[in-house]
Write a protein that binds this ligand. Structure first.
Ligand SMILES: *[C@@H]1O[C@H](CO)[C@@H](O)[C@H](O)[C@H]1NC(C)=O
Length: 354
């Protein structure tokens, strides 16, 4: 079964499932009324365009394969995994970046995206980004605006039935823990991970308190396979940096345990941990199985370590001609083609949230 065909089958099953579980005759054409997104650059759709930070993706070659070839602030050549998921759930437009002018009026009915590149579980580490704490404050503000647009009954039901997505943690390790001697000398990766999990737990409790009931959180990816990690830390190792991957897996175990506890303690809460680790690791280990040619470096030319090693540098030569052959678009973020594979895995794992 090719990718296109299997996607159609999945969508058919999803819609059939939704029709049965909700009863026929629903006029709504999306499987959830709204999508509310929190977190980091993996899911940022342009909030950082409005912030004084160097972590922006609002210039070419970002967006090269997006609608109208437009750089939007997404850290990708095209669609994010969450964009693809929104489409699979029946959305024809994406919930807007909260800081953008589009985040007003009826557009708010679809949800909103609060994510900001450079943020993470640890507020202290998110330089010039919207911290997760501030993202929750914006969410409260959003709820007040939504109530004005939709009325209080409808806005309450949107809040309750919306899909909430949280992506965080990669930056906490790659941009903070591993490069900050004050942290990595004082704490083991395991201790630092436990600290991050505490903030995760608090975040979910607060979100639940505000009415959220269906929450999907991404696991850590295989941090040691990200091109940036290979470039900065892979002096001796040819493949992925195994200790980073071990740290990520250890963190993911804690995340799964914390999520299971939260679900137990909070009536009506459904929470799913999306296993990005396995999905991305499988692609990196066997790229040709998924139609990829290059899994070790990003498609776009990046800057120096001192400036923007994370990001595409429009002045650096050598951006690849066909990003569909690359697992990674820049030195950290998957290409649209890889996001498609990830999104296919997410939708299957997330069925309990729909
Ligand atoms: C880009 O690469 C993909 C995957 O190898 C291939 O299917 C596609 O035809 C290529 N596109 C172009 C324009 O060469």
């Amino acid at each position: 079964m090719d990718g296109y065909c299997s996607r159609r089958v999945i969508m058919f099953l999803l819609f059939a499932f939704a029709a049965i579980s909700r009863g026929y005759g629903q006029e709504s054409t999306t499987l959830v009324p709204a999508i509310i997104t929190f977190g980091d650059s993996v899911v940022d759709v342009g909030n950082n365009d409005y912030l004084p930070t160097i972590f922006k993706a609002n210039y070419p070659p970002y967006g090269r394969d997006f609608a109208n070839k437009k750089p939007t602030g997404r850290f990708c050549n095209g669609k994010l995994a969450t964009d693809i998921t929104a489409e699979t759930l029946g959305f024809t437009t994406y919930p807007p970046a909260y800081l953008s002018p589009e985040a007003s009026g009826k557009n708010l009915l679809l949800g909103a995206n609060f994510a900001s590149a450079g943020s993470g579980y640890d507020d202290e580490a998110s330089m010039h980004a919207i911290t997760l704490t501030q993202q929750l404050e914006y969410f409260k503000e959003y709820q007040a605006k939504l109530a004005k647009v939709a009325g209080s009954t409808k806005s309450a039901s949107i809040t309750k039935d919306a899909l909430y997505v949280l992506s965080a943690g990669s930056g906490d390790f790659l941009q903070n823990y591993y490069v900050n001697p004050l942290l990595n000398h004082a704490y083991t990766p395991d201790q630092y991970g436990s600290f991050l999990i505490d903030t995760f737990t608090n975040f979910v409790k607060n979100l639940y308190g505000l009415g959220a009931r269906k929450i999907g959180v991404t696991s850590l990816p295989p941090l040691g396979c990200v091109p940036l990690a290979r470039a900065l830390f892979g002096y001796h190792e040819k493949g992925c940096i195994s200790r980073f991957n071990t740290d990520a897996q250890q963190f993911n175990k804690k995340l799964n345990a914390a999520a299971a506890n939260l679900q137990k303690q909070h009536p009506g809460l459904k929470i799913v941990v999306f296993d990005i680790f396995k999905a991305l690791y499988d692609i990196v280990k066997s790229p040709s199985n998924y139609g990829f040619v290059e899994a070790t470096k990003g498609c776009c030319g990046t800057g120096t370590v001192e400036t923007t090693a994370f990001l595409c540098n429009p002045k650096a030569p050598g951006t690849c001609s066909n990003a569909s052959q690359y697992v990674f678009w820049d030195s950290v973020h998957p290409s649209q083609a890889a996001n498609q594979v990830l999104a296919d895995a997410l939708i299957v794992q997330g069925i309990a949230l729909i």
